[in-house]
Design a protein around this ligand. Structure first.
Ligand SMILES: [Zn+2]
Length: 118
């Protein structure tokens, strides 16, 4: 289950950013998962909740957004949208596609509750 290791990375990034900002806690985390990333959104969300226990991100609202996959079609010489790896080009039906986007997961936004002023 690689969602768990992804979740550990996400919470690590989020907690690092929150600490740097002097946050008391993290209230919201927004993630974007590319359509081609082979990541189950609900599983990732659940794993983030589990991994965040005892960290600044505990109890944060975790939102997951799907971003479309994109690929370069060598036949059309154009960038086209790709729903799944192995699908043909939506324009010409060809299979000479190179994935250009949508195969990754990103932390898009982190909302924190600031700590009390010193
Ligand atoms: Zn094409």
């Amino acid at each position: 289950m690689h969602e768990l290791s992804l979740a550990e990375r996400v919470i690590g990034i989020v907690e690092g950013a929150a600490r740097k900002a002097g946050a008391r806690r993290v209230t919201r985390i927004a993630l974007a998962i590319g359509a081609l990333a082979h990541v189950e959104a609900e599983t990732l969300q659940y794993c983030c909740e589990v991994v965040s226990r005892g960290t600044l991100a505990e109890g944060a609202r975790i939102e997951v957004e799907r971003t479309p996959g994109r690929a370069w079609c060598e036949t059309c010489q154009a960038e086209v949208e790709l729903e799944q790896v192995g699908m043909p080009c939506t324009t010409c039906g060809g299979f000479r596609l190179k994935v250009t986007d949508g195969d990754q997961m990103r932390v898009v936004d982190v909302v924190i509750e600031p700590g009390a002023p010193a």
